[in-house]
Design a protein. Structure first.
Length: 168
Protein backbone atom coordinates (compact mmCIF):
# COMPACT_ATOMS: atom_id res chain seq x y z
CA UNK A 1 0.00 0.00 0.00
CA UNK A 2 2.76 2.45 0.90
CA UNK A 3 4.53 1.63 -2.34
CA UNK A 4 1.44 2.53 -4.37
CA UNK A 5 0.98 5.74 -2.43
CA UNK A 6 4.63 6.65 -2.91
CA UNK A 7 4.43 5.88 -6.65
CA UNK A 8 1.28 8.01 -6.90
CA UNK A 9 2.92 10.93 -5.11
CA UNK A 10 6.05 10.69 -7.28
CA UNK A 11 3.99 10.49 -10.50
CA UNK A 12 1.80 13.41 -9.41
CA UNK A 13 4.89 15.47 -8.59
CA UNK A 14 6.42 14.61 -11.95
CA UNK A 15 3.22 15.58 -13.77
CA UNK A 16 3.00 18.91 -11.91
CA UNK A 17 6.67 19.60 -12.70
CA UNK A 18 6.18 18.82 -16.39
CA UNK A 19 3.10 21.07 -16.56
CA UNK A 20 4.99 23.86 -14.77
CA UNK A 21 7.83 23.67 -17.29
CA UNK A 22 5.64 23.36 -20.41
CA UNK A 23 2.56 25.53 -19.65
CA UNK A 24 2.87 29.09 -21.07
CA UNK A 25 2.42 30.94 -17.79
CA UNK A 26 5.16 33.57 -18.09
CA UNK A 27 5.08 36.88 -19.96
CA UNK A 28 8.02 37.72 -22.19
CA UNK A 29 9.07 40.62 -24.33
CA UNK A 30 10.14 39.10 -27.61
CA UNK A 31 12.04 40.51 -30.55
CA UNK A 32 11.35 38.60 -33.75
CA UNK A 33 11.98 39.12 -37.43
CA UNK A 34 8.93 41.09 -38.59
CA UNK A 35 8.85 39.17 -41.88
CA UNK A 36 9.92 35.73 -40.62
CA UNK A 37 8.29 35.74 -37.18
CA UNK A 38 11.39 33.93 -35.87
CA UNK A 39 12.26 34.97 -32.30
CA UNK A 40 15.83 36.19 -31.88
CA UNK A 41 15.77 37.66 -28.35
CA UNK A 42 13.50 37.75 -25.30
CA UNK A 43 13.26 38.86 -21.70
CA UNK A 44 10.83 37.76 -19.02
CA UNK A 45 8.59 40.68 -18.02
CA UNK A 46 6.34 41.38 -15.09
CA UNK A 47 2.89 42.84 -15.71
CA UNK A 48 3.20 46.62 -16.25
CA UNK A 49 7.02 46.46 -16.40
CA UNK A 50 8.50 49.20 -18.56
CA UNK A 51 11.46 49.25 -20.92
CA UNK A 52 13.04 51.87 -23.18
CA UNK A 53 13.70 51.82 -26.91
CA UNK A 54 16.21 54.54 -27.78
CA UNK A 55 17.52 55.86 -31.08
CA UNK A 56 19.11 58.87 -32.73
CA UNK A 57 16.60 60.99 -34.69
CA UNK A 58 17.32 60.82 -38.42
CA UNK A 59 17.00 64.58 -39.06
CA UNK A 60 18.18 66.48 -36.01
CA UNK A 61 20.61 63.72 -34.89
CA UNK A 62 19.47 64.01 -31.27
CA UNK A 63 18.56 61.10 -28.95
CA UNK A 64 14.96 59.94 -28.48
CA UNK A 65 13.85 57.62 -25.67
CA UNK A 66 10.55 55.78 -26.10
CA UNK A 67 9.16 54.16 -22.94
CA UNK A 68 6.93 51.12 -23.47
CA UNK A 69 5.10 48.87 -21.02
CA UNK A 70 4.24 45.16 -21.12
CA UNK A 71 0.50 44.83 -20.48
CA UNK A 72 -1.11 41.43 -20.84
CA UNK A 73 -0.91 40.38 -24.48
CA UNK A 74 0.08 43.80 -25.86
CA UNK A 75 2.40 46.76 -25.42
CA UNK A 76 1.54 50.27 -24.33
CA UNK A 77 3.52 53.14 -25.81
CA UNK A 78 3.84 55.25 -22.66
CA UNK A 79 5.88 58.28 -23.71
CA UNK A 80 8.75 59.68 -25.74
CA UNK A 81 11.49 61.89 -24.33
CA UNK A 82 13.57 64.14 -26.56
CA UNK A 83 15.51 67.37 -26.22
CA UNK A 84 14.93 68.95 -29.63
CA UNK A 85 12.14 69.13 -32.18
CA UNK A 86 12.55 67.36 -35.50
CA UNK A 87 10.57 65.95 -38.39
CA UNK A 88 7.78 63.73 -37.12
CA UNK A 89 8.20 64.82 -33.51
CA UNK A 90 5.19 66.39 -31.75
CA UNK A 91 5.31 70.16 -31.30
CA UNK A 92 2.21 70.65 -29.12
CA UNK A 93 -0.37 68.72 -27.11
CA UNK A 94 -3.17 67.18 -29.16
CA UNK A 95 -5.99 64.70 -28.65
CA UNK A 96 -3.39 61.96 -29.24
CA UNK A 97 -1.04 63.00 -26.46
CA UNK A 98 0.24 65.62 -24.09
CA UNK A 99 3.50 67.50 -24.62
CA UNK A 100 5.22 68.84 -21.49
CA UNK A 101 8.66 69.96 -20.38
CA UNK A 102 10.15 67.63 -17.79
CA UNK A 103 12.05 68.82 -14.71
CA UNK A 104 15.33 68.19 -16.52
CA UNK A 105 14.29 70.38 -19.49
CA UNK A 106 13.60 67.46 -21.83
CA UNK A 107 10.33 67.35 -23.76
CA UNK A 108 7.96 64.52 -22.84
CA UNK A 109 5.21 63.35 -25.19
CA UNK A 110 2.82 61.16 -23.16
CA UNK A 111 0.41 59.01 -25.17
CA UNK A 112 -0.38 55.74 -23.31
CA UNK A 113 -1.39 54.05 -26.58
CA UNK A 114 -1.96 50.25 -26.63
CA UNK A 115 -0.52 48.41 -29.63
CA UNK A 116 -0.17 44.69 -30.45
CA UNK A 117 3.49 45.16 -31.42
CA UNK A 118 6.04 47.75 -32.42
CA UNK A 119 8.01 47.24 -35.63
CA UNK A 120 11.42 48.89 -35.88
CA UNK A 121 13.68 48.79 -38.90
CA UNK A 122 17.24 48.48 -37.56
CA UNK A 123 18.88 51.77 -38.44
CA UNK A 124 22.23 52.25 -40.06
CA UNK A 125 22.97 55.41 -38.06
CA UNK A 126 19.99 55.50 -35.66
CA UNK A 127 21.84 53.32 -33.16
CA UNK A 128 18.62 51.64 -31.93
CA UNK A 129 18.99 50.04 -28.53
CA UNK A 130 16.71 48.44 -26.00
CA UNK A 131 17.09 48.91 -22.24
CA UNK A 132 15.39 46.14 -20.28
CA UNK A 133 16.05 45.25 -16.64
CA UNK A 134 19.08 47.52 -16.55
CA UNK A 135 20.69 45.87 -19.58
CA UNK A 136 21.31 47.61 -22.89
CA UNK A 137 21.03 45.64 -26.14
CA UNK A 138 21.91 47.20 -29.50
CA UNK A 139 19.43 46.06 -32.16
CA UNK A 140 22.29 46.04 -34.69
CA UNK A 141 23.80 43.21 -32.60
CA UNK A 142 20.65 41.17 -33.23
CA UNK A 143 20.02 41.85 -36.94
CA UNK A 144 21.57 43.55 -39.94
CA UNK A 145 20.77 47.24 -40.55
CA UNK A 146 17.60 47.58 -42.60
CA UNK A 147 16.01 44.47 -41.05
CA UNK A 148 12.50 45.03 -39.65
CA UNK A 149 12.12 43.66 -36.11
CA UNK A 150 8.87 43.23 -34.19
CA UNK A 151 8.76 43.87 -30.44
CA UNK A 152 5.81 42.17 -28.76
CA UNK A 153 4.74 40.50 -25.54
CA UNK A 154 3.47 36.98 -25.40
CA UNK A 155 3.00 34.06 -23.04
CA UNK A 156 5.84 31.55 -22.83
CA UNK A 157 6.61 28.41 -20.88
CA UNK A 158 9.61 28.04 -18.60
CA UNK A 159 11.02 25.61 -21.17
CA UNK A 160 10.50 28.16 -23.94
CA UNK A 161 12.33 30.78 -21.90
CA UNK A 162 15.21 28.38 -21.21
CA UNK A 163 15.63 27.37 -24.85
CA UNK A 164 15.21 30.93 -26.14
CA UNK A 165 17.64 33.77 -25.86
CA UNK A 166 15.98 35.26 -22.81
CA UNK A 167 17.67 37.46 -20.27
CA UNK A 168 16.33 37.27 -16.73
Amino acid sequence: MWKRLLVGVVLSGALVSILYVLYPSRTILEIAGAQTGRAIWCAEMAEDEEFVLSFVHSVNRRPVYDTLRAAGDHLIIVKSRFDAFGAGMPETSTQDGKLAVGPDGWLEWTVNRPVPEVVVRVGRVANHSLRVKGRETALADLAEPGTPLALRVRAASVFGIWKGKCIW
